[in-house]
Ligand binder design. Structure first.
Ligand SMILES: O=c1ccn([C@@H]2O[C@H](COP(=O)(O)OP(=O)(O)O[C@H]3OC[C@H](O)[C@H](O)[C@H]3O)[C@@H](O)[C@H]2O)c(=O)[nH]1
Ligand SMILES: [Mn+2]
Length: 372
């Protein structure tokens, strides 16, 4: 984009950085050049009596389990405990347009030239440029400098659609599931692919929460990281559930999802044997969950992320409870999530004309493309 400054702290007043942590925030020392200008929302999981130290110089708000219970009351039941999915509480309390969420075992990566990667700048660029979900551009992101739409790309589709989600990747430890990690303990991702691409409409993807940015105004209510962790039969499928749900909502509302750059350096701190125990039901249930999301069709009355998510909750209860009674609880928790979201994010009224200043973004695109 002309004049786009990748170096500075772009849109620093429009972005909150959400970090779930059950460990330590020392990793933030290395991120100072890129994250210190932004406001942090730290969601402390586990024992709330433990004091987490935030490195000096960062502007932050920190919420532990006592805070979540105090703020949400009974609705706190929808926020996972002892699972990284607790991060979605940070999405709910934020008031900013954009969220960037990162795990506490992620560090600054370097591109092939040896330059440190400014993840925020790249995510903001991804979110501020259109997506092309309706027709694949074989030179990848046509809105990057030095590339464009290729021959045969219809001009009627070149305006693209608003981008709701930007999914970044990871060098070193890739986001493998426990069985894959166990059979390939020494595998490291050394391949830097210099590409950003739109995930086509109608195609799901395994959204990883460790290097992820999104537009809260477009898709926030659909970014619920599910009910996982202690007291639940499943864990570590928080981001997967959110990714599948948010993608079908984006497809329905005409928003885009991109994956690729930026990379960060993941130095995994979790144990694959522990992970296997936590995620083993997910390994089975994903064979049911994915077809459920692939086959569902949201109604045209669902013209905002909130309405889509309420309809999705109903569909979850109707179609997945036969897989396991857990999904009935999850469906109820999805409704509780929306109720809590609406309570913390009431429409802002314009006193003068009693109109909503921040009405939910309705279905539509930069250019209304005929949905299939
Ligand atoms: O009970 C917990 C466990 C973890 N966290 C925080 O969540 C972040 C992710 O934890 P971790 O780095 O241990 O997960 P990974 O094994 O690397 O796998 C992740 O990959 C992507 C997603 O982030 C997903 O959550 C994981 O599958 C980290 O910040 C922990 O401190 C927690 O809050 N509570
Ligand atoms: Mn990790």
């Amino acid at each position: 984009m002309a004049g786009y400054n990748l170096e500075a702290a772009p849109l620093k007043d429009d972005v909150d950085i959400v970090i779930p942590t059950i460990r330590s925030l020392d990793f933030l020392e290395q991120w100072r050049p890129f994250l210190q200008h932004y406001h942090l929302i730290i969601v402390q999981d586990g024992d709330p009596s433990i004091n987490i130290r935030v490195p000096d110089g960062y502007d932050y708000e920190l919420y532990n389990r006592n805070d979540i219970n105090r703020i949400l009351g009974p609705r706190a039941s929808c926020i996972s405990y002892k699972d990284g999915g607790c991060r979605c509480f940070g999405f709910m309390v934020s008031k900013k347009k954009y969220i960037y969420t990162i795990d506490d075992d992620c560090f600054v990566a370097k591109d092939p030239s040896g330059k440190e990667i400014n993840v925020i700048a790249q995510h903001i660029k991804n979110l501020e440029t259109p997506s092309t979900p309706h027709y694949f551009n074989t030179l990848y992101d046509p809105f990057r400098d030095g590339t464009d739409f290729v021959r045969g790309y219809p001009f009627s589709l070149r305006e693209g659609v608003q981008t709701a989600i930007s999914h970044g990747l990871w060098l070193n430890i890739p986001d493998y599931d426990a069985p894959t990690q166990l059979v390939k303990p020494r595998e490291r991702n050394t391949r830097y692919v210099d590409a950003v691409m739109t995930i086509p409409k109608g195609v799901l993807y395994p959204m990883c929460g460790m290097n992820l940015a999104f537009n809260r105004e477009l898709i926030g209510p659909a970014m619920y990281f599910g009910l996982m962790g202690e007291g639940q039969p499943i864990s570590r499928y928080d981001d997967m559930w959110a990714g599948w749900a948010a993608k079908v909502v984006c497809d329905h509302l005409g928003f885009g999802v991109k994956t690729g750059l930026p990379y960060l350096w993941h130095s995994k701190a979790s144990n694959p044997f522990v992970n296997l125990k936590k995620e083993h039901k997910g390994l089975h249930w994903q064979e049911e969950m994915v077809p459920f999301f692939q086959n569902l069709r949201l109604s045209k009355e669902s013209d905002t992320a909130t309405k889509c998510y309420m309809e999705l909750s109903k569909m979850t209860k109707e179609n997945l409870t036969k897989v396991d009674p857990y999904f009935e609880n999850l469906a109820d928790a999805m409704v509780t999530w929306i109720e809590a979201w609406d309570e913390l994010n009431p429409p802002v009224k314009n006193e003068a004309c009693d109109e909503e200043l921040n009405p939910p973004v309705k279905k539509g695109t930069i250019k209304d493309v005929k949905a299939k």
